[in-house]
Design a protein around this ligand. Structure first.
Ligand code: ADP
Ligand code: MG
Length: 674
């Protein structure tokens, strides 16, 4: 029989073809399949008659398939319809672009469908339902993330056989960790995460697997931290950089000076720096980055600064150049939109050491640049908490010093955990002379007035942002402002002012054009999705209007708002919402009443819990398939990890645990044990 870590193709019922499909889901081994966590559970246990099913609610309905209609196409969407009967009434089952579901249904057979019901007394439909054969009536049935060609049914079947490969004895968690944290066994957890006995069993399973993810991540981070300490870095000389301080156009804040000192001290030791620079919007992180690049330059080292997007890379490039070129430091920009020929030229100059500082997108710098003498890597992660991405940065050069920049303030305790492998510097002070952005939360019915206010600012010569949550409208976004069509409306309302549109699906070159038009004032009002959230700096823009503001996370709103208030004009942020709920109002009130990012993060997390706080933009703790960032569980996991490593530093007594951590980190390209 195949063992737990065999390739998934050896699992009964899988084979080469399906294994390829599983690979698309990131599943390579049988064990990976066990970690394919359901995205939800459907309760098929008490189906109703279609006549009792309420419209627009998700409901389980039992029915016999009477007839399968042929495939039809409407607006480029393939429609698959089936006529079914519950014994009293007929209803239709409709699938969009989902031939697999349709093919799986057999005429004359009985199923329980679960989905949204719509229609009227005469004709009811159930839209894109999941279903199981009626004779398989189970309680909580898992619903999995799918890929074309792999149906729910197949995945469930394969997972059932994967579970039988799980030797009841296999468990990597140290016994004392399991008992101290009141956790169930691993096999119980896998069985019940997929096929829960009942709600209680499910929650035990969730707790165990969530804990494991956080625990193993912590084990890995502690190893990483230690490993970094055992590397030899480029020990720099403590040279003065007064000429840098003298040449920049402002006095650094105390927090900036402190952060620079901390970084300089790190870089002057044998151990490579591994530091996080965290600071609120506008706290001047880039100036700190520039200072330490200059320090590295004086020590004869090159620096690389990597940004998550091209817009940001371009922006950093301009800022760094303005700070550093007057001091004779050559800075270059390397992004995907640079022509191939130009790229080759720049790379050659970097490899000869002609550029002291290379700015670019992460992928580009990481994968394709050879440095002559790389001493410092700065990664601007913005919102990412990319432990794994971070881990994989260490490859280049000997052991360059590393500084990670994050613009998302998070509460200190959580920071210690999420950034468990790093030392932390915090910029908790804004440059002098900054005024908070005046912020108002406004109901949608006052939109007209808000527009009037924006017009007034525009006619006084200022510029404005209007932010929307979506690019294009689709069936899921009813009522949400979509940037594309909204830009058309806005153009009419603001006739006489040049309106531009910016969104994430545009080509980098288009984006850059729009951004430079806005920067230089050719565009006066910019309608945008959240792509502008990162690092855009246009001091003349003093007002931002955010549509459907209740749709954004508080920290995200705070980031967005940070785009205004960068010049000498009084600045405003108007949060529009049609959401009347108390929760929505409470959240918007927080953002309107404070401009302290750390405070906002704290409140946000209190209201929504850690998991939601990181929200869609979680990005990492990458590879977390199930764990929520619950701060209590995080600290338990961290404490257990610290204890475990203390008592068994090389994990010699816990080979399975070691293998588990290794597996997780290897996926990200980091071999933490060698
Ligand atoms: P962050 O990246 O932390 O949001 P930036 O580094 O982009 O902030 O700085 C925001 C703006 O403030 C930039 O225009 C920068 O030149 C300016 N700035 C940075 N530090 C200071 C300071 N100490 N005093 C005045 N202005 C500063
Ligand atoms: Mg910045």
């Amino acid at each position: 029989m195949a063992d737990l870590f065999s390739p998934v193709k050896y699992l009964k019922g899988v084979g080469e073809k399906r294994a390829e499909l599983y690979a698309k889901l990131g599943i390579y081994t049988i064990y990976d399949l066990l970690w394919h966590i359901p995205r939800g559970y459907v309760d098929y246990s008490s189906p109703v008659k279609i006549s009792q099913a309420e419209n627009d609610l998700r409901t389980a309905v039992e029915g016999v398939v009477k007839k399968k209609f042929p495939e039809a196409t409407a607006n480029g969407i393939k429609l698959y319809k089936v006529l079914a009967s519950d014994g009293e009434n007929d209803f239709k089952v409709v699938f969009f672009n989902n031939r697999y579901a349709y093919d799986a249904l057999g005429e004359g057979k009985s199923y329980i469908f679960y989905g949204k019901v719509s229609g009227n007394l005469l004709s009811k439909e159930i839209i894109s339902p999941t279903f199981i054969p009626a004779e398989q009536r189970e309680k909580l049935v898992p619903v999995y993330p799918l890929t074309a060609g792999l149906s729910e049914g197949i995945i469930r079947l394969n997972i059932k056989s994967a579970l039988s490969c799980l030797d009841g004895m296999y468990d990597y968690l140290p016994k004392e960790v399991q008992s101290e944290n009141l956790l169930c066994t691993l096999s119980y957890a896998f069985e019940n995460i997929h096929f829960p006995e009942d709600e209680r069993a499910l929650s035990l399973a969730k707790k165990r697997l969530s804990f494991d993810e956080l625990f193993i991540l912590q084990i890995g981070m502690l190893f990483l931290k230690r490993k970094n300490r055992s590397r030899t870095g480029f020990k720099m000389q403590r040279l003065e950089i007064d000429e840098f301080f003298d040449s920049i156009p402002f006095e650094l804040t105390g927090a900036q000076k402190r952060a620079i000192n901390e970084a300089v001290s790190d870089m002057c030791s044998e151990i490579p720096m591994n530091r996080l620079l965290q600071g609120d919007v506008g706290s001047g992180k880039t100036a700190v980055a520039a200072a330490i690049c200059y320090f590295a330059h004086k020590n004869g080292c090159q620096s690389a600064l990597m940004a998550p997007t091209e817009i940001l890379a371009a922006q950093h490039f301009n800022t760094l150049r303005s700070f550093l070129e007057p001091l004779g430091v050559n800075v270059c920009l390397l992004t995907g939109s640079v022509s191939q020929k130009e790229k080759e030229k720049i790379k050659k100059l970097i490899s000869q050491g002609d550029f002291s500082v290379a700015v670019g997108t992460q992928a580009l710098i990481q994968n394709s640049v050879e440095f002559k003498n790389l001493g410092l890597v700065i990664a601007d992660e913005q919102h990412r908490f990319g432990v794994m991405q971070r881990a994989s940065l260490s490859g280049k050069g000997k052991s360059p010093h590393r500084l990670v920049i994050s613009a998302t303030p998070i509460p200190r305790t959580l920071g210690l955990i999420v950034y468990g492998d790093l030392d932390i510097s915090i910029l908790d002070e804004l440059p002098k002379g900054r005024f908070p952005v005046e912020t108002y939360a406004v109901m949608g019915k006052l939109r007209e007035r808000a527009f009037g206010f924006v017009k007034k600012q525009l006619s006084e010569g200022r510029q404005a942002y209007v932010v929307c949550p979506m690019i294009e409208e689709n069936e899921l976004t009813e009522g949400l402002k979509a940037a594309k069509s909204y830009a058309e409306e806005i153009k009419k309302i603001f006739s006489g002012f040049e309106v531009g549109l910016l969104h994430g699906k545009m080509k980098p070159s288009e984006k850059e054009k729009i951004m430079s038009d806005f920067k230089e004032g050719r565009i006066r009002l910019l309608v945008s999705t959240t792509v502008i959230e990162v690092g855009v700096d246009v001091p003349n823009a003093n007002i931002m209007l955010i549509e459907n503001a209740d749709r954004f996370g508080l920290s995200q709103l705070h980031q967005l708002r940070g785009r205004v208030g960068r010049g000498s004009h009084k600045s405003y942020c108007v949060l529009l919402t049609d959401n009347l709920s108390a929760e929505a109002r409470e959240r918007l009130k927080i953002i309107a009443s404070t401009s302290d990012g750390f405070e906002i993060a704290k409140q946000d997390m209190k209201l929504r819990g850690c998991g939601d706080f990181f929200g869609e933009r979680q990005h990492g703790l990458p590879l977390l398939k199930i764990a929520e960032l619950d701060s209590e569980m995080l600290s338990q996991a961290r404490n257990s990890a610290i204890k475990t490593i203390k008592s068994d530093p090389e994990l010699l007594k816990h080979p399975k645990l070691k293998a588990e951590a290794e597996r997780l980190f290897k996926k990200a390209g980091e071999d933490i044990f060698n």
